[in-house]
Design a binder for this molecule. Sequence first.
Ligand code: 6LW
Length: 497
Amino acid sequence: MTSFTNPVVAGMHPDPSVCRVGDDYFLACSSFEYFPGVPILHSRDLMHWEQIGNALDRPGQLSLPATTPSSGGVYAPTLRHHDGRFWLITTNVGPGGGAMIYTALDAAGPWSDPVRVPGIGIDPDLAWDQDGNCWCTSAGIWQVRIDPLTGHVFTRPRKLWSGGTDAQAPEAPHLYRIDDHWYLLIAEGGTERGHAVSVARGPAPDGPFEPCPANPILTHRGTHRPIQNTGHADLVQAPDGSWWMVLLGVRPGGGTPGWHVLGRETFLAPVTWHDGWPVVGDLRPEMTAPWKPRPPAPEPVRDDFDAPALHPRWLSVRSRPDSCWSLTEPPGHLTLRARDRSLDDPQVTFVGRRQQHPSCTVSTLADPSAGRGGLAVRLDESHHYELEAGDDGVRVTARLGSIRHTMPAWPMPAGPVHLRIDVLAAAPGDGHPRQEPDTLRLGVELPDGEFRVLAELDGRYLSTEVAGGFTGRVIGMYAADGTMSFDWFDYRPILTR
Ligand code: 6LW
């Protein structure tokens, strides 16, 4: 047996959808207002994952105008492999959005331009029956039969099921043909502390469906467990015949109800079958699986921007026009050109990565000689902390809803400045949620290595419970005015807390 740690994909990786092709697993997650959209991850053991691309990495595939709300944009995808190609269906919730289908021969891309499917809600799923009919099932739970190549809808929407408990929000449907049954797996209770997974089964893809007598088959309802909000699941069978479930959950800190700052993350749980129904095994931080680990190469701490393209882990807010960034001016630097004035704006020039660890140190060498900008921890336009370098030095700004506080600039000599943010989580409770929110120390690292802390801020205010919405923290570089050049960016997990 191999030990592994949940979440298997840390940081903002919600609404996971998984498929297997031979010995390779592929995963897709929501991405909301971030561009590129829909991260695609690969694994050879379900326990260790590596991002290999983003499905929506061209403006023609994904339009996120400035009016796209925070946590709007690209909601839950479904990723499947059928007829020799990958299929992705998702919903862009915002101006000009709707349900779209994309295909690819290689999960790493390139993915096709979208095929629109009219009249479909969020959380669309694709499933094919033995006659080649394609069934599109979405939140509600509603279903139509479609042509996935053209988006043509053959049938009127039909209500399939309203869920297995008295919970609200039946959503996140996935349809599977397993042995002699069709199984309909859904989430219900909403994606917060009441989240749950339920299942029903029937003789055909369009039912009728009988609910599992043991529904919900998974829930961590309450605030006493280290993993909460569990729901929005997808099933996959391993080559050895065992069954597994990926699902979203959160790891709140700060007592009850707690604050989660990493967003909804992807977790893995075992599934067994009894009397033709799936039974979900224990979902804990420390787990075991019956395979040898096949981890990808570890992620380097430093990105020194000397590759010909940005790694797919880098995210921008709503768009990343070529005019706003460069890796060659000068070579080996990420140069950002400002569009809007600050992180309060919906199209700030920003390049960041998901915070994936409760504690970490993030730093960058920024050159403000031709502009103003720096290093930020972002939840959305109204919730962010940042170190901003300019011609008058370095200043800390905290934006929390209607409150915006900027501290006096700390004078710095001209030239590149080493900006650093330490994110320090409270010590975890033994098997219980952490009891205190985290602390963010923002400052500059001086040439002699001293970390001069300019501000120490409470992390609970950069949490999803405070900001609302569906995302988690993204930490990165931005330009608020003129041009900012970044020589490197370090993301160093602190694994002792
Ligand atoms: C997702 C749906 C949900 O589409 O939140 O609360 C949406 N449940 O399943 C965004 O994750």
